[in-house]
Ligand binder design. Structure first.
Ligand SMILES: Nc1ncnc2c1ncn2[C@@H]1O[C@H](COP(=O)(O)OP(=O)(O)OP(=O)(O)O)[C@@H](O)[C@H]1O
Ligand SMILES: [Zn+2]
Length: 751
C-alpha cells in the first residue's frame, strides 16, 4: 500500500493494519466509500467527520469503519483531506443504532447518518466554534486610564470587561452580562477606545436551562405507584405500554421515573410528537426536576440545537426532551427512554429517511439494555398488538388523577338541523351556559383557513389548484387563495375568472370563518384561535397556551394543534364540529385515527374539579365506530378494530412497504412501478403480495403525478429480504432522471 510505504517509520506496527477508513458520504448513495489515511496520519477514529474528495468536488463524510485493506484498486483510492473533529462525534453504539435504522428502513447510510446530526454539524465549516461579532480594545488604547469614563458608568462597565479580555469578547456575551449595551459600545468606538473583532465561541456553551426548584410531588395514586414500581424494578431492557386514560397522570409517572433514573446516575430521553408540546412539558420538568436539561426540536435556531445536542453527547445535559429526530441524540449514560403520545403519526418521518422514532426508540432501549416506556390514552393498534403478544408489558391507569371525573360524551345528530357556520343550536346553547358560568369551551375543527373552497354562484367555477388535484383554501385574513398541498398562492379574485360574475362565495368553513362567526355571536368574549396560521410567530403558541391555561379565553378554537396533550383545567365543554370525514376515509387506518383524535380532544374536558361534557356533531350518529367509542371507550373500539385487521390480514397482522414514484409526465411513474412490480413478483418468495401499481388518491400534487406499489407479507423477514434484492434492481430501472422514487417501510400513510 503506497500510503504505508511512504511513512513506515511513523506508524507503530499495529496501526499499520488500519490504513483504510470506510466513509459514509453525506449523499443518498447506497454504498460506503474507502479512503486512505494520508501519509503520516496515525489514525482517524470511527465517528469523526471527514472531508473527502468525491467526484469532481469534495464532500463531508463520517468514518464508520477502519480496515487493513480495501477491495478498491490502489491507484483508485483517494486520501482523506481533513479530519474535522477533535474526537468522535458519534460513539460505536450511536453508529450501531443508525446502521440498524439505515438497514431496516432501507435508507442510504450517509443520508441516515447526516439526518441524525443537527444541521450545524452537517456542514464542514464548523468545528464546534462559531465566529461572532465581537469587540476588543485596540493595542494603542490599552494603556488609557479608565478615569476617562468616570461620568459614563455603562461605558465603564463595558470597558472593564473588555480589559479582562484582550483577545476580544463577543457582543452576545456582553449583553448577557450587562443587558443592552449597544449605545455604550457605539460611544466607546467613537472615542477610539474599542474596535470590532470577531470572537470564537464554543458551540456547546449555550447557557444551560437553570436547575429546577423541586416543588412538592403529589402523592401518586395506587395505579400510578404500581406502574412506577413495575418499571423501576426492571433490570435491563423491557418495553412498557402505559395505557392511561386522558388526565390519568401519565406525566406524573414519567416525572417519578425520570427522577429515579437520574438518581442512579443515568440520562433520560423523552420524545414528544409535536413542537407545541415541548414548552409545556419542559416547564413541568423544569419545576420538578433539578438537573441540566436539553430541548431539541426543529423550531430551535441551528446554534441552540447543536448546543443541546453537544451537551447531551458530552453527558452534561442529563434530561433530553425532543421531537422525532431527538431519538438519535448521543447519550452516553442513557438509562430510560419515554415516548409520550406514542400513537401519534408525527413520530414517523414522511420523507428522506423514513423512520419511526417510536420504533427506533424501542430498538435503542434494547441495544442500550434499558427500559422504554410508551405512553398514550389511545395506543396505536401496533402497540396494543405487541402488548397482546407479551412483547410489551401492559400497564393501565384507568382513572383520572386527583379526583377528576371522566368527561361525558354526547352525540349531536345534525341531520337536517340549521347550522350557524357549522355550529348546531345545541352546541351554541351549551356554549352560552358554560361562558355564563365563567368556564371555558374548546371547539375542535381540523381545517384551517376561512373556507376550503371559493365558488362562483353563477357558473359554478371552483378555486382549484393549478398544480394539484385539489382545491385552494380561502384565507380571508391574508386575502389569498392557498393550496394546502403545494403551497401555491393566488390573490383573491374579485370576479369569477370564468364568467366574470362578481358573485363569488366561500363554501364550507375553516377555523377562520368559525372565529368570525363566534365573535359576532359572543361579542366581547375573549377568543383564541389556535392553528398553524395563527401561531406562525415564534413563541406565539406558547404564549396563547399559557394564557389559555390560566383561563384568559372563555372560547378556544383550534385544529389538532389544540387536541394533543394539553392540560387546560378550565375547559368544561368540548365541541367537535366535524368528525364525519374520518368515518369514511379511504385509508384503512382512518377509523383508528378518528377514534384517537376524538378521544384526545374529548380528553381536554373536565380535567380538574369541574366535570366535562363533550358534544360530537355528526350526520352518522349510528355509525358503529362512534357507538362503540361512546358506549364502551377506546379499549373496546381498539379490540374490535384489531379483530377487523386480523380478518383482513392488514397491519399489525402483516407487514408492509410502499414503493412510491412520481414524475411530471403522467405515464412515467406508473410505467416505472409496473416494471418494479415485475421484478418484485420475480424476486419474491411465496406469501408476499404485490398490490398495484395504483395512482395516489390525490394523483397530481405540486405538478407531479404520483403512484405507488404496495408490498405486503405475513412475516417481516421475507419482506426485508425482498426489498434488499429489489432495490438494486430498481436503481437500475430508474434511468429517467425526471422520475423520483422511494421506499417507505412500515408506511403510516397511503397517499
Ligand atoms: N396522584 C395525583 N394526585 C393529584 N393530582 C395528580 C396526580 N397525578 C396527576 N395529577 C394531576 O392531574 C392532572 C393531569 O395529569 P397529567 O397531565 O399528568 O395527565 P396525562 O395522563 O398526562 O394526560 P393526557 O394524556 O390527557 O395528556 C395534572 O394537573 C396533574 O398534576
Ligand atoms: Zn397545489
Amino acid at each position: 500500500m503506497p500510503g504505508l510505504e511512504r511513512s513506515p517509520e511513523i506508524r507503530p506496527p499495529e496501526e499499520q493494519t488500519m490504513a483504510i477508513v470506510r466513509v459514509a458520504v453525506a449523499a443518498p448513495l447506497p454504498e460506503l466509500f474507502d479512503y486512505r489515511l494520508p501519509a503520516g496520519w496515525l489514525d482517524c477514529e470511527i465517528g469523526r467527520r471527514v472531508l473527502v474528495p468525491f467526484g469532481r468536488g469534495r464532500r463531508l463524510g463520517l468514518v464508520v469503519d477502519r480496515q487493513p485493506e480495501s477491495a478498491v484498486a490502489d491507484h483508485r483510492l483517494k486520501e482523506i483531506e481533513h479530519c474535522l473533529d477533535d474526537g468522535p462525534l458519534l460513539t460505536p453504539q450511536d453508529l450501531e443504532l443508525l446502521n440498524w435504522a439505515s438497514a431496516y428502513y432501507h435508507c442510504p447510510p450517509g443520508e441516515a447518518l447526516f439526518t441524525a446530526l443537527p444541521a450545524r454539524l452537517r456542514r464542514a465549516d464548523t468545528d464546534f466554534k462559531e465566529r461572532r461579532r465581537g469587540w476588543r480594545i485596540p493595542i494603542d488604547a490599552r494603556a488609557v486610564d479608565d478615569g476617562l469614563l468616570a461620568r459614563a458608568p455603562r461605558q465603564r462597565a463595558v470597558w472593564s470587561i473588555l480589559q479582562a479580555h484582550p483577545e476580544g469578547i463577543d457582543e452576545a456575551s456582553l449583553r448577557e452580562q450587562l443587558g443592552d449595551c449597544r449605545a455604550a459600545l457605539r460611544s466607546l468606538e467613537r472615542k477610539g477606545l474599542l474596535e470590532p473583532a470577531s470572537a470564537e465561541v464554543p458551540l456547546d456553551d449555550g447557557s444551560p436551562p437553570s436547575a429546577g426548584t423541586p416543588a412538592p410531588l403529589p402523592e401518586l395514586n395506587a395505579e400510578q405507584q404500581a406502574a412506577v414500581d413495575r418499571i423501576d424494578q426492571t433490570l435491563g431492557f423491557a418495553c412498557f405500554l402505559l395505557d392511561g386514560v386522558t388526565g390519568s397522570g401519565k406525566t406524573e409517572v414519567y416525572i417519578r421515573l425520570i427522577l429515579n433514573t437520574l438518581a442512579r446516575g443515568r440520562q433520560v430521553l423523552v420524545l414528544v410528537p409535536e413542537i407545541g408540546l415541548t414548552p409545556q412539558l419542559a416547564e413541568r420538568f423544569a419545576q420538578r426536576i433539578p438537573v441540566e436539561r436539553a430541548v431539541l426540536h426543529s423550531a430551535l435556531a441551528e446554534r441552540e440545537r447543536a448546543s443541546s445536542w453537544l451537551r447531551a453527547a458530552r453527558g452534561s445535559a442529563r434530561l433530553v426532551l425532543g421531537t422525532r429526530s431527538a431519538v438519535f441524540t448521543p447519550l452516553p449514560e442513557l438509562g430510560l427512554v419515554i415516548v409520550d403520545e406514542e400513537h401519534d403519526v408525527s413520530f414517523k418521518q414522511q420523507d428522506g429517511f423514513r423512520y419511526s422514532a417510536r420504533d427506533v426508540a424501542v430498538r435503542r432501549a434494547q441495544m442500550t439494555d434499558c427500559p422504554v416506556l410508551l405512553g398514550s390514552a389511545t395506543p396505536s393498534l401496533e402497540t396494543l398488538r405487541n402488548a397482546e403478544l407479551g412483547r410489551y408489558r401492559h400497564l393501565r391507569l384507568r382513572q383520572r388523577a386527583g379526583g377528576a371525573r371522566p368527561p361525558r360524551l354526547l352525540l349531536a345528530d345534525i341531520r337536517s338541523q340549521p347550522l350557524v357556520t357549522g355550529l348546531s343550536h345545541a352546541l351554541l346553547t351549551r356554549m352560552g351556559e358554560v361562558i355564563e358560568a365563567g368556564n371555558q369551551v374548546l371547539l375542535f375543527l381540523n381545517r384551517r383557513g376561512f373556507s376550503p373552497v371559493l365558488t362562483c354562484h353563477d357558473c359554478g367555477w371552483i378555486s382549484v389548484c393549478r398544480h394539484c388535484d385539489a382545491r385552494m383554501t380561502l384565507h380571508r385574513g391574508r386575502g389569498r387563495l392557498v393550496c394546502h398541498h403545494c403551497g401555491d398562492q393566488a390573490d383573491l379574485p374579485v370576479h369569477c375568472p370564468y364568467c366574470e360574475s362578481p358573485d363569488l362565495r366561500p363554501l364550507g368553513q375553516g377555523t377562520e370563518r368559525v372565529e368570525d362567526s363566534l365573535r359576532q355571536r359572543f361579542p366581547g368574549i375573549p377568543l383564541a384561535r389556535i392553528d398553524r396560521d395563527s401561531t406562525r410567530r415564534r413563541g406565539e403558541l406558547e404564549r396563547v397556551l399559557t394564557a389559555a391555561q390560566a383561563g384568559a379565553y372563555p372560547i378556544l378554537l383550534g385544529t389538532q394543534m389544540l387536541a394533543k396533550g394539553h392540560h387546560l383545567p378550565g375547559v368544561t365543554l368540548v365541541g367537535i364540529l366535524d368528525i364525519d370525514h374520518g368515518l369514511y376515509g379511504s385509508d384503512f387506518r382512518a377509523g383508528e385515527r378518528m377514534a384517537q383524535l376524538l378521544i384526545q380532544v374529548a380528553g381536554r374536558a373536565g380535567r380538574a374539579e369541574l366535570p366535562g361534557t363533550v358534544l360530537v356533531q355528526t350526520r352518522h350518529p349510528n355509525h358503529p365506530y362512534l357507538q362503540q367509542l361512546l358506549r364502551k371507550g377506546y379499549g373496546a373500539f381498539a379490540a374490535a378494530a384489531l379483530a377487523e385487521r386480523a380478518d383482513a390480514a392488514l397491519p399489525p397482522f402483516s407487514f408492509q412497504a410502499l414503493v412510491r414514484a412520481d414524475s411530471r409526465e403522467e405515464q412515467f411513474a406508473l410505467e416505472f412501478l409496473e416494471r418494479a412490480r415485475g421484478h418484485a413478483i420475480a424476486l419474491a418468495h411465496q406469501g408476499i403480495q404485490v398490490w398495484g401499481p395504483a395512482p395516489a388518491s390525490m394523483e397530481r400534487r405540486a405538478g407531479r403525478f404520483r403512484a405507488q406499489l404496495l408490498l405486503q407479507s405475513p412475516e417481516r423477514a421475507p419482506l426485508h429480504a425482498l426489498i434488499r434484492v429489489l432495490l438494486p434492481a430498481l436503481r437500475g430501472l430508474s434511468g429517467n432522471r425526471r422520475l423520483r422514487w422511494s421506499i417507505d417501510v412500515d408506511p403510516l400513510e397511503m397517499l
